[in-house]
Design a protein around this ligand. Structure first.
Ligand code: FES
Ligand SMILES: [Fe+2]
Length: 339
């Protein structure tokens, strides 16, 4: 399935120091991600080949991951290196771990379950995103936040412009400025995603350093089903850059873990202040997100009633349909009581 060919953000790299391990649930499956003492990153299905114990209950010992039940040890390449109950153990393919491809990118750990889909060669690598860099620009990762809904509802909310005045009054929106002017959305492509440009909204406090309202210009980009970014700048601000990347890991069809990568001209604001601003905004979205029904994102454009301001979210749904992504989405119209 398409989902197996796409990279999944599963942890902040800083949360996995040398010698550490993390249990991860992604696309309804359990994996263990670990880093050896010398820093080699590895991931495998979270089940010992011996008696099915979760390896995430074990520990990293030097260069090996050691099962907590009978102490079988495994190298980061998956090979079983030791069976303590046997003097001369057969250590071959049958005793090896079932590995998952893992990579570090943008300060995050990414995994992929399967091979790259032939129609999406650009997705062979974790998303190519270039956060702004330079003097005065700081990059911070926030999260994870666990949200009781599908990844699609979460990403769509990130792309939604018309809710600002109602959900984020005083910062991103204002009840007196709810009109959404025309903006452009590119045709969604399974290989390269989609883009929304020339999005303009009036915001009372568009970022941490804003002390007055301004017209703000946005560019949105969806780079994978669960990774989207925005770049925005209040009109007239010189030498200011801000990018917010949302990473939404589909844990279960209606359970999602979210991180943000913030890269912005932060002035003398601290990392903690940057995180607090973003958390405040996302905290305002959470109640709506967890209450929406169906929780899985309906992809049929006739299932919910849309208006012109929704064209970015409609393009996102079409993108998911074209890939297609089935996990956490509804291709068919659900019954009215559907969850
Ligand atoms: S179950 Fe893992 S070593 Fe026995
Ligand atoms: Fe929001």
């Amino acid at each position: 399935m398409t989902e197996d060919s796409l990279w999944l953000p599963v942890a902040a790299a800083a949360d996995l120091p040398a010698g550490g391990l993390l249990p991860v649930r992604a696309l309804g499956r359990d994996i263990v991600v670990w880093r050896t003492a010398s820093g080699v990153l590895a991931a495998a299905h979270d089940r010992c080949p011996h008696r099915g114990t979760p390896l995430s209950m074990g520990r990293v010992c030097d260069e090996d991951l050691v099962c907590p039940y009978h102490g079988w040890a495994f190298a980061p390449q998956g090979r079983c290196t030791r069976i303590p109950s046997m003097a001369r153990a057969p250590l071959g393919e049958r005793q090896a771990l079932s590995l998952v491809v893992v990579r570090e990118h943008l300060g995050m750990v990414w995994v992929r379950f399967g091979a790259t889909a032939h129609h999406a060669p650009l997705l062979a690598h974790p998303p190519a995103i270039t956060p702004p860099a330079g003097p005065g620009i700081r990059q911070v990762i926030c999260g994870p936040y666990t949200v009781n809904t599908s990844f699609g509802r979460v990403i769509e909310n990130f792309l939604d412009i018309a809710h600002f005045g109602f959900v984020h009054p005083g910062t991103l929106g204002d009840a007196g400025h709810t009109l959404i002017t025309d903006y452009t959305v590119t045709d969604p492509s399974p290989a390269s995603g989609l883009e929304g440009v020339d999005v303009r909204v009036w915001q009372p406090r568009s970022n941490l350093n804003a002390d007055r309202g301004a017209q703000v210009r946005y560019r949105y980009q969806v780079v994978s089903p669960w990774v989207a970014l925005l770049e925005k700048c209040p009109e007239g601000w010189q030498d200011f850059a801000e990018m917010v990347v949302m990473l939404a890991l589909p844990v279960e069809p209606t359970l999602t873990r979210v991180w943000f990568i913030l890269a912005m001209s932060a002035g003398d604001r601290t990392d903690a202040e940057m995180r607090a601003f973003q958390e405040g905004i996302f905290g305002e979205d959470r109640g709506i997100l967890e209450a929406q029904r169906p929780a899985q994102l309906p992809l049929d454009p006739d299932t919910e009633v849309s208006c012109a301001a929704d064209r970015l979210s409609l393009a996102y749904r079409e993108y998911l349909r074209r890939l297609p992504v089935n996990f956490g989405t509804l291709i068919q119209t659900p019954p009215l009581s559907g969850g």
